[in-house]
Every structure is written in C-alpha cells, then in structure tokens.
Design a protein around this ligand. Sequence first.
Ligand code: NDP
Length: 284
Amino acid sequence: MSAHIIDGKALALSLREDIAHAVSALVEETGVRPGLAAVLVGDDPASAVYVRNKKIACEKAGLYPQEHVLPASTTQEALLALIQQLNANSKIHGILVQLPLPPHIESKAILQAVSSDKDVDGFHPINVGRLVEGDPVFVPCTPKGVIHMIDSTGLDIAGKRAVVIGRSNIVGKPVAMLLLHRHATVTICHSRTKDLPSVVREADIVIAAIGKPLFVTPDMVKEGAVVIDVGINRLPDGKLVGDVDFDGVKERAGWITPVPGGVGPMTIAMLLQNTLESAKRMGK
Ligand code: NDP
C-alpha cells in the first residue's frame, strides 16, 4: 500500500493562518507587532530566494519584516555592528542571519553576536544548551517543523526507534535531541556510519538530512515507517528532489514527506512562530 503523504504545504498554511490571527490579537492587545530582521550577505541566488520568501511570509502573517542585504565584500566588523544595532532595536524580536556567510566571515562569531533573546533560529550556544537540557527557548525552525510533521501523523513518538541521517548543528543534532526529549530511542548516522542501511531499516521514524539526492532507497526502509525528508537537492536537469527516493520509498513507508512541499514550507512557518513567541516574551 502506498504511504500517506504528509502535506507540508497545507500544514504550514494552516499554521500561518493561526499565527496571523495571534499576531493581530497581540497588536490589538499590546500594540506590539512582532518584527523579524533578515540579514543576507553576498549574492548566493538560493539564499536570496529564501530571504525573499521569508519576507513575503512575514508580511502575509502581519509581522514587521526588515531586510538587510549586504555585499559579499562586507567586513566582519561591519556585520557585527549591524547585529548590535538590531539587538538594540526594540521593534525587532527576531534576527535571522542567512547562512552560508562568505568565507572571510567567521559564522560562529556572528551567530554568537545575535542576542540569545532574539535568536529565532536557535543557533546561539545559549539556546543550543537550553535545548540539550530539555528546556528550550528557541527551537531551531527546521527541526521544530519536522517534529510537528511527525505529530501530524498521530504517531506517539515515545518508545519508537528513530534514525536521523546527518549530524549538522542546524538539522541532524537538534532533531535528534528533540526526538530524545520525546522519548524516542535515537540513533544518529553520518558519513562514517558502518552499514548505514541496516541501521536505518530498524527505524520506525527516519529523518533524512544529508544533502544527497535520492540517498534513502526503499530497501533501507522498514514497512510502515514515518519518513521525513529534509534534503533539498537540485538535479542537473533543474528538478528539485530530496534525500529520499520518494517514488520508491512511498511504496514501503507508512507516511512520507514530499520535496518540494514538505519540510521547506514548515521551516518558514516555524520561523514566524518563533518570532511571535519572542515578541510575546519581550512584551511581558
Ligand atoms: P550538512 O552538509 O551540514 O550535513 C550533512 C550531513 O549528512 C553530515 O552530518 C554528513 O556526515 C552526512 N552525510 C553526508 N554524506 C553522507 C553519506 N554518504 N552517508 C551518511 N551521511 C552522510 O547539511 P545540512 O544538515 O545543513 O542539510 C542537509 C540537507 O537538508 C541539505 O540538502 C539542505 O539543503 C537541507 N536543508 C533543508 C532545510 C529545509 O528547510 N527543508 C533547512 C536546512 C537544510 P558527516 O558529518 O560525517 O560529514
């Protein structure tokens, strides 16, 4: 039987409607409009599209978007000065620095400079620490969206075997931590994992965050598993695909996310939600 499709686009749309209502209620009650500043350095076309989509989503949900597009030649000092300015701006409740930054800028220093109270991406070491402790303030957007998608299936995560493929700081590790806090038994796989297919075959929940087109094939997936595909890969013919062989795996999985229209839209919805929550906290 073919898997149920987890429609990220529809889920995200419904979340964004709820956020829009909550934003207008907040503005009415307190006069505070949640503000999100997006900082883009350089002219990477994919990053420019992400930033533009985030701005449009902000506007549609009634948030106040600020866009800072800087040339690739921007110095680290100039970028740090902008971040300090945004940290101090009371109209801004969330600061997002679009990655990757140009190689001459030390990303770590920039992410650490963002106030941990405005760190809507959840990348600041203080927020990473809070997440590990199980008491997060900002949950990173993509991992938060992944958990929301699993929850939308009705599956109880507690006690399930979860395998996360990929161990990046922005997806793999935080997703694994969130699953652990929800009482899954979690394994993280990476490029040095031995016999990765046999590990993945054990999983009731598979999260693919690798960045390799069609990496997860049907023979790796347990019948009925929930498969969440975080990957976004562009094939030479221009087609966008995930890390999962969707057509093959959907014949074995119980639930599966498509690419596009899966995790991507959820990430943006979670960014809006984190900004709204931040504005509510600061307004108190
Ligand atoms: P990274 O490149 O930072 O990490 C990739 C991870 O995959 C690494 O841990 C790496 O292992 C592992 N990996 C690579 N090759 C293999 C392999 N052959 N076998 C096993 N593991 C492997 O990527 P990100 O986490 O930033 O992103 C992953 C994907 O998700 C990308 O396609 C990205 O575009 C997408 N993405 C999508 C988002 C969305 O909103 N939908 C948001 C963020 C990312 P090792 O550590 O050993 O090198």
